[in-house]
Design a protein around this ligand. Sequence first.
Ligand SMILES: [Ca+2]
Ligand SMILES: [Ca+2]
Ligand SMILES: [Ca+2]
Ligand SMILES: [Ca+2]
Length: 325
Amino acid sequence: MRRARPVSRPLIITLVVTTALFIATHASSAASISSRLLIDPAGENDGDIFGSSIASLGDVNGDAYDDIVIGANFYPSEGGQGRAYLYFGGPAMDSVADLVIPAPPGDTRWFGISVASAGDFNGDGYPDIIVGARYAGLPGKAFIYYGAPSLDSTPDLTLTGEATGSSSWFGSSVASAGDVNGDGFDDVIVGAPVYGPGSTQVGRVYVFFGGSTPDAVPDRMFTGPATGDQLGWVVGSAGDMNGDGHPDVFATAPRYSRAEPIPVPPTCGWGGRPSTRSPISRSTDPRSATASRPPRARATSTPTASRIWPSPGRAAPRSSWVDRL
Ligand SMILES: [Ca+2]
Ligand SMILES: [Ca+2]
Ligand SMILES: [Ca+2]
Ligand SMILES: [Ca+2]
């Protein structure tokens, strides 16, 4: 099993101001941080919203230097399809994009509204890239590009939101989830914050398990419990919050209302781990607002799905959710 190459962790501070990227680096101690401009890429056109998203990718091309991706979801201008740009690190790095990723053919509006590392989704040793396009049709899409010394701008896997007859904004948020199910392949999480039959906008987030030949079928889904919650505005890896050796994930529901008649207050994330107990079907979980498809069978290491609820009397965050895979 090949894993992602370790990513160096220099102290890097990034600041995006309009179309300029400034990176401060070189730190021998917290008290002696100096800074200098490394690169300051700019968008191709006024109004293309270059810099609306940005992320570190790790070393996607295997040259031992970490790389970044920047989104411009209005490219060429407002109402356009969008673009994403890769900049390779290195001793001779510059502000010229090393790979321009155009919006894939078809209706892929707002391509680049979210960008992130996908971890090593296909387990080939190179970190991969995920780019969201929340107005790619009504459901929205997210595209995964595999890293390689000669990576290209053709998506290797396309993830599509659910068809409900209204927008779901699938791809508004994307992130690596880490290897939540412990199978040796990194996984991704995608948010669809306005998902909801009948435009209820409960929101839903999806976890897709990586693999040597991964598919585009979501392996876990978590749904906001009430109309207007918009679960999935922000998604990401939470590290290993509960110390069980498996990375956890989070998602936010910024429109959650305290006035909602929810019998148990929400908590804040999902913990990944291989199954050591009987799975709980969300379709029969009375706390689920929307029945979910049953988990896809895995040959090994099938996670479970059961929510972690706060202890009686313990205050719980109101803007996010906790659950356990
Ligand atoms: Ca690199
Ligand atoms: Ca990879
Ligand atoms: Ca995995
Ligand atoms: Ca954990």
